[in-house]
Design a protein around this ligand. Sequence first.
Ligand code: HEC
Ligand code: HEC
Length: 385
Amino acid sequence: MKVKISGGVLICSAIFCVSVATGLPVRQDARPEGYEWHLPKGFPEPLVPADNPMTAYKVDLGRHLFYDKRMSSNGMQSCASCHKQELAFTDGLTVSAGSTGKLHPRNAMSLVNVAYNSVLTWSNPNVTKLEDQALIPMFGTNPVELGLRKGDRFLPTLRADGTYRALFAAAFPGTTDPFTIDNVTKSIACFERSIISARSPYDRYHFDRDDSAVSDSAEKGEELFFSERGACFHCHGGFNFCDATVTKRSGPRSAEFHNNGLYNVSGPYSYPSPNLGIFEYTKMMSDVGKFKAPTLRNIAVTGPYMHDGSIATLGEVVDHYAAGGRTISSGRLAGEGSKNPNKDRRIGGFPTTPQDRANLVAFLISLTDQEVLKDPRFGNPWPVK
Ligand code: HEC
Ligand code: HEC
């Protein structure tokens, strides 16, 4: 079957279409007029901005851009350099390095289920749309990530590439010049929203009622996680294990940020600069050290942990919470995090046995969705050179 779309011809079988222009496979639900989420049990429909509806053509274009090193000024990096699929779209580093080699002050965040995040990045309350967030790594100067500059060769380079001519025409039919930064960020946002992760052992246990999917230890860990003693669920609750969650049904929501007692350094601020949390934006002393509580899905593969990657393992994360905050005994960062004046009162510490701690770690590991880490729909679409 041939389907004519403005900008190209697709040859379609029952499931796949192949773009004549690019020779690349495009899913059939890629029709410009619609998108099938194929959402798993327990997962509500994400909130999508009215001016950027999902289409599989945009997802396809966004995936090509996400993996394209021409997205950086010196051809050294793409989004995928710091957001690697096999690490649930993180980079495994304490803090990331931009295309110029300069370090980012913070740890790269996972992009799984990012469609459900009501606020983006660790601590910027003003970034709520993926379309806006993409501009930060593309054009940001402090820190430099991809290092693009308005008016540089980036858009002409895309326009000169036959694959992109077909992809942009299919994604934005009926426009005379689809090669705009706005369309670049819209497509990348569509690709990011398509990365839904819900196939962990915990999902099989919880949503499919398959008791054999997780160990007894993980079940006990789940109990502690959702108990008032452990208190984790207060900030990492719901189907996405994150309290900054938004869905189509909920509509836009403001997010909460919390200080979880990582630091209590001496000096004017209790957290080390430049990572002062939402204080950077609100300038209120009571906001120093307040960060987003990120999703815990796939947490076993996204270490090191916290906004600055300062905790190496899940065992140490659990020790941190059990102690009600982190104590650093010497050096520049010395201080008792448990006594931070802004610490959330729910980080009170709780008595644990080594078995309790192992159970909690087993539960966190059961949130790993092995399939999302290798699902070809989210992988590099470019031929390997
Ligand atoms: C140099 C490494 C690097 C590159 C390149 C990079 N990122 Fe990131 N990403 C990060 C870091 C670090 C954070 C945390 C930023 C912060 O808190 O300020 C982040 C955060 C994010 C978030 C927020 C996730 C959340 O849950 O709040 C999104 C979305 C994102 N990046 C998408 C992208 C996209 C899209 C690109 C390409 C256009 C990209 N990133 C390129 C390192 C990188
Ligand atoms: C009061 C809210 C709150 C509670 C309760 C809480 N957390 Fe957190 N959690 C956070 C915040 C905020 C961060 C990020 C802090 C930072 O980076 O400075 C975080 C970070 C984490 C991280 C690292 C995430 C990443 O991507 O690096 C893990 C793992 C984690 N928490 C697990 C737990 C567990 C397990 C419990 C229960 C024992 C728990 N949390 C209780 C707010 C909370």
